[in-house]
Structure formats: structure tokens, C-alpha cells
Design a protein around this ligand. Structure first.
Ligand SMILES: [Zn+2]
Length: 148
């Protein structure tokens, strides 16, 4: 018995199975009770609250640097065809399913389970900040992917 990672499993799915997954996720998201939503929100809140002041400061620093770096890359590699798009459009296109682990992404979540945009070809490798090169991923999935 081979233990496949979620990503490997996902890669083995047929387009039909992926479509099934999405339909399931959409239904799952639509059918959540407010209690289920509250659990997710509480989890994220706790995760944030449990960081030490040092961690928070380090996170803030890291994020500031990261934002600056990405802004620069986006300006350099950005949408050359003048396409205007919002990340929300990308997320809706991907139907709120993480394209890395194929689990649903909660639109209200922040922190590791929150939505983030993943560049298929990293900006650092010449990928562009265009819809074709962007997919929805959990923040945790996105950051664990690293700069392949
Ligand atoms: Zn994910």
C-alpha cells in the first residue's frame, strides 16, 4: 500500500473526478451550518492569538518584506496584456477548492486555512501575475509548496 500525498492523489484524478470534487466542495460549503463556520473562525483566531509577540513581530516583518518583493516582481512580470482581474475572480473560477490539496477553502477563513493565490510558475522563475498562472490554494498548502 503506497501512501500518496494529497497532491499526488489529486494529480491522479481524472478531469471528471476533479469536477466531482468541486461539486462536492461547493455543496459542502453551501450546506455548512453557522456553527461549522464558527468553528473554523475560532480555530483561526486561536492560532493567531497563540503566537508570541516575537512571532507576531517576525511575521509582520516577513510579510512586509514579502509584499515588497512580490510587488516588485508583479510590476516586472505583471499582466502585459492589460487584463484586469481580481483574486476573487480567480477564487470563484476555482470554485473555492484548493488546487493543491483539493479540499474546500473557506472564504471567511484567515491564517493557514485561508485563501491565498498560488503562482503555478513562481514569479521568481519568470511566471506572470496573470489568471492563467494563478490558482487558489490554502495559505498552508501554498507555503508548504515552496518555490518548486
Ligand atoms: Zn489546500
Amino acid at each position: 500500500m503506497v501512501n500518496l500525498t494529497a497532491k499526488e492523489l489529486y494529480a491522479n484524478l481524472t478531469p471528471e473526478q476533479k469536477a466531482d470534487n468541486r461539486a462536492y466542495a461547493r455543496e459542502w460549503l453551501a450546506n455548512r451550518t453557522s456553527e461549522q463556520k464558527a468553528v473554523k473562525v475560532a480555530y483561526t483566531r486561536e492560532w493567531r492569538a497563540n503566537r508570541t509577540p516575537e512571532q507576531k513581530a517576525a511575521d509582520a516583518d516577513k510579510h512586509r518584506d514579502e509584499r515588497r518583493r512580490r510587488k516588485h516582481l508583479i510590476r516586472t512580470n505583471g499582466a502585459l496584456n492589460g487584463d484586469v482581474f481580481t483574486l476573487l475572480e480567480i477564487y470563484e473560477r476555482d470554485e473555492w477548492v484548493c488546487q493543491i490539496c483539493s479540499e474546500p477553502v473557506d472564504p471567511d477563513a484567515t491564517g493557514p486555512l485561508g485563501a491565498s493565490h498560488d503562482h503555478l510558475i513562481p514569479l521568481t522563475r519568470g511566471g506572470t501575475h496573470t489568471p492563467e498562472n494563478i490558482q487558489l490554494a490554502h495559505q498552508s498548502c501554498n507555503s508548504s509548496k515552496g518555490n518548486r
